[in-house]
Write a protein that binds this ligand. Structure first.
Ligand SMILES: [Zn+2]
Length: 107
């Protein structure tokens, strides 16, 4: 499977308009958010690590969700796979804002 994955349209109604993205674009236009960052209404983080065997890195899937502006359905818009060093403090954060910066190819 090739990452990142992108879903451009609502699977229910087919609309490409999204609530979080629209708000983020307004703020980006005013210079209040960095243009290169991706925003949605929610960001999920799934950790894939062996429960016993130590490893230097763990695989993390970061999923950006947004709400369809037409029918309200929440759906994933971007899914990014990352290898994260175990020493990065992962899991110590008390939640992350609904946006993140990916590599240059991640749009
Ligand atoms: Zn929809």
């Amino acid at each position: 499977m090739e990452f990142p994955l992108h879903f451009d349209k609502c699977r229910k109604c087919g609309s490409a308009d999204r609530v979080g993205e629209t708000v983020a674009n307004e703020l980006k236009a005013k210079g209040k958010l960095p243009a290169e960052m991706i925003y949605g209404t929610r960001v999920g983080q799934s950790l894939f690590a062996h429960p016993i065997t130590p490893s230097l890195t763990v695989t993390v899937l970061i999923t950006v969700y947004d709400l369809c502006a037409k029918c309200g359905l929440e759906y994933p818009t971007h899914i990014l796979r990352q290898e994260v060093p175990v020493t990065s403090g992962l899991g110590k954060t008390g939640g992350r804002p609904p946006g993140f910066s990916g590599p240059a190819t991640f749009k």
